[in-house]
Design a binder for this molecule. Structure first.
Ligand SMILES: CC(C)(COP(=O)(O)OP(=O)(O)OC[C@H]1O[C@@H](n2cnc3c(N)ncnc32)[C@H](O)[C@@H]1OP(=O)(O)O)[C@@H](O)C(=O)NCCC(=O)NCCS
Length: 300
């Protein structure tokens, strides 16, 4: 081995400090998420920043080396997301540092998050508890199978007057009122509602995200109703990239997704701190509304 190849030197000793995420250039946040191969666009960061709060780690020459965001839905519950440490800094304590700031800011709220494999150990060390896997289903959508409409149901595009009923359905499924988020999403999404006997019994929203479009949230009282409100989006995006994040591991909804070309690409794990986030299995028996697709991993 030559003298040159064995030479080593510490070349980076910049101080890093924490700043509010609102003051960071969107392009730098975009570069940070690209550095860990996440698909978020500038616009996706913008949407998250408008709805949530966060911090970023910045060094003396303006490089963004990490981020963490929190999304307080009310004074009892928040989700945490967009926790990223630049690859060259990982395993040096920055994740703990970022999470420390996030946890300080969310005060006494119960917390939920969706942990990547890389982050599970970090959250376990902060006393988060494992709840359930979320399957990230995505791919080039193919023409969905013809499923027909469930008995007595009509499917139509969502309109602004549906907000109240949609928010109530979502709140029963999610456990927290997400009216403010749903209003923002509806402005960026195409939506479908399933109506039975004059009442909205299922809905779905679909918006631009990452590499293409994402379907979510989807809330329904049964697999067949959930399929009926996802079907129009799969039809519309056949031939292009589509994604849906779901906790449905098996059954006809999961089967329908794979027949639309949305294969399981990866999985994350829902975790909580404080009260359990997800309904206790069995509590949602019968025809209670249930979340078939997440808005996103950060927002739940
Ligand atoms: C997850 C992530 C934010 C962790 O950041 P980090 O700066 O490496 O975290 P820390 O250095 O504070 O380490 C946190 C814990 O994970 C452990 N850890 C970090 N990297 C690890 C690795 N490669 N293998 C095993 N454990 C590791 C640390 O030992 C530490 O454990 P401890 O608290 O018990 O000592 C970072 O890996 C990352 O950005 N990954 C890609 C994006 C991502 O998946 N984000 C999470 C979204 S939910």
């Amino acid at each position: 081995m030559s003298a040159l190849t064995s030479e080593s030197r510490l070349v980076d000793s910049f101080e890093t400090r924490m700043i509010g995420i609102d003051s960071v250039d969107l392009d730098k946040l975009h570069a940070l998420s690209m550095s860990v191969a996440w698909p978020h666009r500038r616009e996706d960061w913008q949407f998250l920043r408008e709805f949530g709060q966060g911090v970023a780690a910045i060094d003396e020459i303006g490089r963004i080396l990490g981020s963490a965001m929190w999304f307080p839905y009310d004074d009892r519950f928040a989700t945490i997301g967009m926790v990223i440490t630049s690859p060259r800094l990982q395993a040096n304590g920055a994740g703990q540092w970022l999470m420390g700031h996030a946890l300080n800011q969310v005060a006494d709220r119960n917390l939920g998050l969706n942990a990547t494999r890389a982050a599970r150990r970090l959250y376990l060390s902060l006393d988060f508890v494992l709840e359930a896997p979320v399957f990230q289903c995505q791919g080039e959508a193919i023409l969905p199978p013809d499923v027909g409409l469930p008995a007595g149901a009509v499917v139509r595009p969502v309109d602004a007057g549906d907000m109240e009923e949609i928010a109530e359905l979502d709140s029963l499924a999610f456990g927290t009122d997400r009216r403010a988020l749903l209003a923002r999403l509806m402005a960026h999404s195409k939506g479908v509602v399933l109506v039975r006997a004059g009442r909205i019994e299922a809905f779905s929203l679909c918006r631009r995200f990452g590499r293409g479009h994402v379907v979510g949230p989807v809330v329904a009282r049964s697999d067949t109703d959930a399929i009926a409100v996802v079907h129009p989006h799969a039809l519309e995006h056949a031939g292009s990239f589509l994604r849906l994040d779901t906790r449905e591991k098996a059954g006809i909804f999961a089967d329908f997704l794979s027949r639309c070309g949305l294969a399981v690409y990866d999985f994350v794990t829902t975790m909580s701190l404080g009260d359990p986030w997800l309904p206790v299995p069995g509590r949602h028996a019968g025809h209670q509304p249930r979340t078939y697709a997440l808005v996103s991993q950060a927002l739940g």
